[in-house]
Write a protein that binds this ligand. Structure first.
Ligand SMILES: [Zn+2]
Length: 239
């Protein structure tokens, strides 16, 4: 899939970093170098997921969100051949007897609360039967549960992606038990603003400093960054 000219500065993690709507805690940062590695991250994550978990995947087009969902399906033992970007459907369900089902939702397609009703969102959240993966979760931020696993994807080169995984506090222990593929466990990376080396354990990660974090935030507010997906007539209705 094309990356639509996304730059390393395109940081899709603002939802996860929002301490008011989503009081989550960054617990691990991964660096994937290929789709195969992104898939492997999904497989590893699936090993600790249980029915009722909601996984929010935020990031630009082509950043590997669907690839990771395919990995989750694989890890759950579900058939993966039919897992595709749900661009033309809002919700897809993968259900095999005896296995935990997976529901894959593209919130970008939702035009408003009626559409959330149409896919049975409330029932989904209350049933706690499937695992739910949501792409473009910031579009339905108000409807997301507080108990959430959030994965923010950032481009860091043609095939390289940074994944910042955070979760609500009750899930931290489970997330820390995931056996990530060793090749994706990042130790230090380059700050997307200034290029300085930054340890992945830095409180400001992926930025080297508070100053660079604020510079990135400011760039968003002043719209120096364009979204990689063109706005359309559906946009305002989910606000
Ligand atoms: Zn910096």
């Amino acid at each position: 899939m094309a990356t639509n000219g996304s730059t390393p500065q395109e940081w899709g993690g603002n939802m996860a970093a929002d301490p008011i709507r989503n009081p989550v805690r960054a617990i691990i940062n991964l660096h994937t170098h290929s789709e195969a590695e992104t898939h492997a991250i999904g497989v590893a994550l699936a090993k600790v997921l249980v029915a009722g978990d909601v996984v929010a995947l935020e990031g630009p087009l082509g950043s590997g969100k669907t690839c990771l969902v395919r990995g989750i399906a694989d890890g759950l033992g579900l058939p993966t051949s039919s897992v595709s970007s749900p661009t033309f459907v809002i919700s897809q369900e993968y259900d095999v007897d005896g296995l935990t089902p997976l529901v894959h939702i593209d919130a970008y397609r939702l035009r408003g609360p009626d559409d959330l009703d149409a896919i049975g969102w409330e029932d989904l959240m209350q049933s706690k039967e499937p695992i739910v993966a949501v792409e473009w979760p910031s579009r339905i931020a108000a409807a997301l549960p507080s108990r959430l696993i959030s994965i923010a994807f950032t481009h860091a080169g043609e095939h390289d992606r940074l994944l910042s995984i955070s979760s609500s506090s009750t899930l931290v222990e489970r997330m820390q038990s995931v056996e990530w593929p060793p090749s994706v466990v990042a130790r230090r990376l380059n700050c997307p603003i200034c290029g300085n080396t930054v340890e992945t354990t830095a409180p400001t990660f992926p930025f080297c400093s508070e100053r660079c974090r604020l510079a990135d935030l400011n760039a968003w507010f002043t719209e120096q960054y364009r979204t990689s997906r063109a706005a359309d007539a559906n946009d305002e209705l989910t606000e």
